[in-house]
Design a protein around this ligand. Sequence first.
Ligand code: TXA
Ligand code: MG
Length: 333
Amino acid sequence: MQTKRWKIDSSQEINLSIITEAINFLRQGEVVAFPTETVYGLGADAKTEEAVRKIFRAKGRPADNPLIAHVSTKKMLESLVLEKPSYVDDLIKTFSPGPLTYVLKSNGSCAKSVTAGLPTVAVRMPNHPIALALIDHFNGPIAAPSANTSGRPSPVTAEHVYRDLAGKIPGIIDAGPTGVGVESTVIDCTGDIPIILRPGAITEEEIASVVGDVHPSPKEQTRSDKYKHYKPEIPLWLVGLSDKEIERLIKEQESKGNRIGLLGRDDFVRRFKGEDSFSLGEDLQEIAKNLYAGFRYFDKETVDLVLCEAFPKEGLGKTIMNRIEQAASKTIE
Ligand code: TXA
Ligand code: MG
């Protein structure tokens, strides 16, 4: 299969002929990759079982891991669920469109594979003009996981999507790098108090400031936890060590013939000497935005082992550490 790449200049008015072409694929039951504000998604008509199955096939995704239904309006969200507690209205007012995904009781209008047979459905209104235009013109929910091969870091550029899925999907809408860089926060809203199932771009503190009370997940709780995630090609070690200990570790590994890559803030990659490095920037927002590009940077195999800096688990730092911990083959503290 040929994979088309439609380039859209985000600074210009949206090119509707591209949106129309992409929608034609969706109407024929095909999948299309598109940008959201977090990461690129791989979309299909959420109401057509055969179309949704193509998402699972292209990604190599286990069938028991449910997808997020993407909507462009609150009305469309409501058309997929049985009921929603009143705090969800407050959350929608504050965070939607945006990187927050609500798990609610499903009314069964999505195809079975979207929810992997669960009684709940995950719904999100992405804050990206292309994603919103696509859903609006399609005039229905679009089911979409991140547009990577299952187990790999999520794609934050169309190039990442292309590298994972070229030949397996008919098209990618390329609107440049996404802004947020880490995925949406997934919260279970079926009870009186929302529960964070996956930490993401909206922090626990931000959610608590709206609803008063939110339960952090006691441990990872999404359906996908038993599968590997975010894995780079080269082994990555998460190092929460002193400078001296890191220097010692680098020496020890180099003496074994391992070339060392460094992944961390500007200051971290400058402080130590390795074979290659990737700087994630300075503040947490920048680090989140650059993280997956950092995971993928070393795929070119210039090094044998990547050492990644540890960050304080506060605010967005919690999400960043959640992803690094999953990417890491080893954590040394
Ligand atoms: O930012 C994002 O959320 C991106 C963009 C494309 O929107 N999407 C994304 O989708 O990260 P995905 O499929 O890679 O992750 C969705 C997560 C998975 O961990 C899945 O298990 C969980 O949401 N999920 C989906 N439906 C669920 C449900 N009904 N109950 C519990 N967890 C659910
Ligand atoms: Mg994913």
